[in-house]
Ligand binder design. Structure first.
Ligand code: ZN
Length: 372
């Protein structure tokens, strides 16, 4: 006998539960009686049709017809019923249909399905190459949170309180933190340097680490900027580390990355957390340092015809930075160290001759396939 939706006279929990059970039982009976595709369709329509399906009737009679004070409870049972009925209908199939075996047999003469193997993203590949060079020198890999506090991102790295990097123009802050003291306010880290402090808090010297990771700045995306990009930093701390160690290490790393013929060149620079600081240039690995390339002697764009490309920033760790971790064995009078940091995306652009940074992050398979 076909099921008819009863109009409840009693909206108590017991009465609603009984109506729910009866309705589910009716639906199950209905589902079991489906023997062909036409019946399956009719079954679905009978229960789910928008205009006059049983679920719509339930909604009308149980919920809309309920007195105000019973609406909450009725709503609960109506929702439970909808979920259960949908489940039954989704699972319903034509019963007795066991003849599918023959149709599903496999034709072994057909060619197989070729599934393309993925490849490392060019940015990740560059990152792993750089990390690999330093791992061979005995460095270990350290990582840290992308959402950082002002303390780790700026204060402990010797950024003065009014440094422009602390402005919302440059840094993406997490909203709604005005009530917190400045050093506890959360932001998206603007460099991987906070991990240097975090590592020095956990490990006593000597340390040698590289820190790969994503960083964020408030830059609108264009051919050479992105609000999200990648950095690798390195830190070595020990007794009697000198600028000569810094030069030797980086010179070796650049030759390992760009070929043994590249020359390195340091120019004075400034960073809040190193003193002295330098920018490292390598001879252009595209034109070989001549500033011109190709058979027609065209000007080399990546190095702007200078023959040199800036690769990273580096320097000796400022003793003020060690003061923040002094209690863990980093007495600035006893230890010294160097740090360096580079933008991975820019190096990947140069390395693969890509002229727009956005290609790396748009996920266009046609672009990425070239690196497969
Ligand atoms: Zn060049």
């Amino acid at each position: 006998m076909a099921y008819a939706v009863p109009k409840p006279t009693d909206y108590s929990k017991e009465a609603l539960e009984k109506a729910f059970t009866e309705c589910v039982a009716a639906c199950l009976t209905d589902a079991a009686a489906v023997h062909c595709d036409a019946e399956l369709k009719a079954f679905r329509d009978r229960w789910m049709a928008r205009k006059s399906g049983i679920l719509t009737q339930v909604n009308e009679l149980w919920l809309k017809g309920a007195p105000k004070e019973a609406k909450g409870l009725a709503g609960f049972w109506v929702n439970a019923l909808k979920a259960r009925i949908t489940e039954i209908i989704d699972g319903a199939h034509v019963s007795g249909d066991d003849s599918a075996g023959a149709a599903e047999s496999v034709d072994i003469t057909l060619p197989g399905v070729r599934r393309p193997i993925g490849a490392e993203h060019p940015v990740m590949r560059t990152m792993h190459e750089i990390v690999g060079v330093f791992q061979k020198l005995g460095y270990s890999v350290a990582e840290g949170p992308v959402v950082e506090t002002d303390y780790y991102n700026f204060e402990a790295l010797n950024f003065p309180p009014n440094h422009p990097a602390r402005d919302t123009q440059d840094t993406l802050f997490i909203a709604g933190q005005q009530s917190k003291p400045q050093r506890e306010r959360l932001l998206l880290r603007t460099h991987t340097s906070p991990v240097q402090i975090r590592t020095m808090e956990k490990m006593r010297p000597p340390i040698r680490i590289v820190i790969p990771g994503t960083v964020h700045r408030n830059d609108p995306p264009d051919a050479s900027h992105s609000p999200m990009f990648h950095q690798i930093e390195g830190l070595a701390v020990d007794t009697s580390i000198t600028f000569g160690d810094l030069k030797g290490t980086l010179d070796h790393a650049m030759k390992a990355l760009f070929g043994s013929s590249v020359k390195t060149h340091f120019r004075p620079s400034f960073f809040p957390f190193t003193e002295p600081s330098a920018e490292l240039y390598v001879t252009c690995f595209i034109c070989g340092g001549s500033g011109r390339r190709g058979p027609d002697d065209a000007p080399c764009r990546p190095c702007k015809q200078t023959g040199w490309i800036e690769v990273l920033g580096c320097g000796m760790v400022d003793p003020n930075v060690f003061e923040f971790v002094k209690d863990n064995g980093y007495d600035p009078k006893k230890v010294s160290g160097f740090a360096f940091g580079m933008g991975v995306d820019r190096l990947a652009l140069l390395k693969y001759g890509v002229d727009d940074l956005q290609y790396f992050f748009q996920g266009d398979v046609r672009f990425l396939q070239q690196f497969g």
